[in-house]
Design a binder for this molecule. Structure first.
Ligand code: PGA
Length: 254
């Protein structure tokens, strides 16, 4: 899976153009069953992007960047699962580090959202990742395992198998710095093992674990060649059709 997180960039008009440009570059790859391409515009762009996907019959997933867990109610500013499924959203990013840092997201709210996304028939892309201080203290492994256990608690084994987890070291996001592919793979392997301990070997085999953090066309295939990395969650490089498409093409070669 290669998923583009557009963050708070693109108006709805710009998003519609971007998805068309991506589709043009990925004409062949979108129909390749070996890879799922997902774009995650801001809420206001979802409808326009969804319309392009539908009218052009694009084999592309559509994700939101967040969602509230309640079905409806007096929750000013929040967006529900039904509002997203009506617009044919297939995925929801949950617990991105920017939401944890700037919007008070915790492992507990992440877990509520993951379960609500599944209950609505969509696929959560659950993010986890350590700070530089945690890494320097050599606590990455235990920190990530705890984050995954809390975020993925209370699922069925079938849901766990369908889960997508994005490992995004916070210090690598938007910084141009990346872990070595081997050290990223150590963490994604630990994530897979955690899901295995919680939900059994089939879930561990099927859960998709992405790497995210300064993924670019130049480094994508290095990450994709690692055995426990099943794709990428891409931020900055997802905002240009050529760089996002180059990353998706690199994933096709995995
Ligand atoms: P980046 O962002 O690719 O710009 O580092 C990744 C992300 O935050 O999902």
């Amino acid at each position: 899976m290669v998923a583009g997180n557009w963050k708070m960039y693109t108006t709805s008009g710009e998003g519609a153009v971007l998805v068309q440009d991506i589709a043009e570059e990925l004409e062949r790859e979108l129909d390749d069953d070996a890879i799922d391409v997902v774009v995650c515009p801001p809420f206001t762009g979802i409808k326009a992007v969804s319309t392009v996907i539908e009218l052009d019959h694009l084999n592309m997933g559509l994700g939101a960047q967040d969602m509230f867990w309640e079905a409806e109610g007096a929750f000013t500013g929040a967006v529900s699962a039904r509002m997203l499924t009506e617009l044919r959203c297939t995925h929801v990013i949950v617990g991105h580090s920017e939401r944890r840092e700037f919007f008070g997201e915790t492992d507990e709210t992440v877990n509520k959202k993951v379960r609500a996304v599944f209950a609505a028939g969509m696929t959560p892309i659950m993010c986890c990742g350590e700070t530089l201080a945690t890494r320097d203290a050599l606590e990455t492994d235990s920190f990530i395992r705890a984050q995954v256990m809390a975020g993925a608690a209370g699922l069925s084994a079938e849901e766990a198998a369908r889960l997508v987890i994005a490992y995004e070291p916070i210090w690598a996001i938007g910084s141009g710095r990346t872990p070595t592919p081997e050290s990223a793979n150590d963490v994604t392997r630990a994530i897979r093992a955690t899901i295995g301990a919680m939900y059994g070997p089939p879930a561990a085999m099927q859960v998709r674990v992405l790497y995210g953090g300064s993924v670019k066309p130049e480094n994508a295939s290095m990450f994709f060649s690692e055995p426990d990395i099943d794709g990428a969650l891409v931020g900055g490089a997802a905002l240009k059709a050529d760089s996002f498409s180059a990353i998706a093409k690199a994933a096709c070669g995995k």
